[in-house]
Design a protein around this ligand. Structure first.
Ligand code: PAF
Length: 280
């Protein structure tokens, strides 16, 4: 496994690899990231992983300074997982003095996370576009847990004709249903104990949908009721939206994205579940 800190080193190391998979991360890796590495290994000739806590996707009052970091542990996990290249740039390598360009995807970034985190998706789209240009992967792997991020990145790649296949892999969960996230490390034991309420609420919406409920507000209300019954939790938003446009639905057809953002003390958790019907 080669660890590369600069764009020049990364470019030299990736030369000659024709089918390269990229797993972009902000480090503090967990099984969700490692499942993306495993999938990339199965589908590509070699796997590159980037570890970069991207400052431009954090708002002024967000957790950039305290975002968890443990590079030695990440590198040993990636070595064991069989990653070939690990790109660990400094912020000055990605955003040198005079850097002035932004990638803004409009429409799908106006709602959900985009509505409560202004500038977040411009930060994500800009750094991911740069990583695609630097690493030049054939495929890039993202987790379904950040559902809106995947929609934004797919749209950016399509709109800008970026020659990369965006692969979105299923969310990896703890046995009690909590979606794996680096931010779970912020939770105190009492908060961790109630965190699976989010999965329970999403599962309740899915069960109602599978039982025939098609009124989107009834599904949102069922999720809200479960979250608000937990005194430690506050709802940021609860959504049942079209999975491509992310517009809130009135009536669900065959397919919807149920999602939510919840505050648990100082920690903000997001999660989602796709609702699918086999019959029209
Ligand atoms: O999902 C993440 O970890 C980040 O948003 C990403 C895609 C690595 C961009 O910084």
């Amino acid at each position: 496994m080669q660890v590369l800190n600069t764009i020049a080193e990364l470019r030299a190391a990736r030369a000659g690899i024709s089918n390269l998979g990229l797993v972009p991360t902000m480090g503090y890796l967990h099984e969700g990231h490692l499942s993306l590495v495993a999938r990339a290994k199965a589908e590509c000739d070699a796997v590159a992983v980037s570890i970069f806590v991207n400052p431009t996707q954090f708002g002024p009052n967000e957790d950039l300074a305290r975002y968890p970091r443990d590079l030695p542990r990440d590198l040993s996990l990636l070595d064991a997982a069989g990653a070939d290249l690990v790109f660990t740039p400094e912020a000055s390598e990605i955003y040198p003095p005079g850097f002035d360009t932004k990638v803004e995807v409009s429409g799908v970034t106006d709602v959900l996370e985009g509505a409560v985190r202004p500038g977040h998706f411009a930060g994500v789209a800009t750094v991911v576009a740069k990583l695609f240009n630097i690493v030049q992967p054939t495929r890039a792997y993202f987790g379904q847990k950040d559902a809106q991020q995947s929609v934004v990145i797919r749209k950016m790649a399509r709109d800008l004709n970026l020659p990369v296949e965006v692969v979105v892999a299923a969310t990896v969960r703890e046995p009690d249903g909590l979606a794996l996230s680096s931010r779970n490390s912020y939770l105190t034991p009492p908060q961790r104990a109630v965190a699976p309420t989010i999965f329970r609420a999403l599962s309740a919406a899915r069960d109602l949908f599978n039982a025939g409920e098609r009124d989107a507000e009834a599904l949102r209300e069922a999720m809200r009721r479960i979250i608000t019954a937990e005194p430690q939790m506050q709802v940021d938003y609860v959504s049942v939206a079209d999975p491509t446009t992310l517009h809130e639905l009135t009536t669900v057809g065959r397919d919807a994205l149920a999602s939510m953002a919840v505050r648990l003390g100082a920690t903000r958790l997001i999660d989602n579940m796709r609702l699918f019907s086999r019959t029209p």
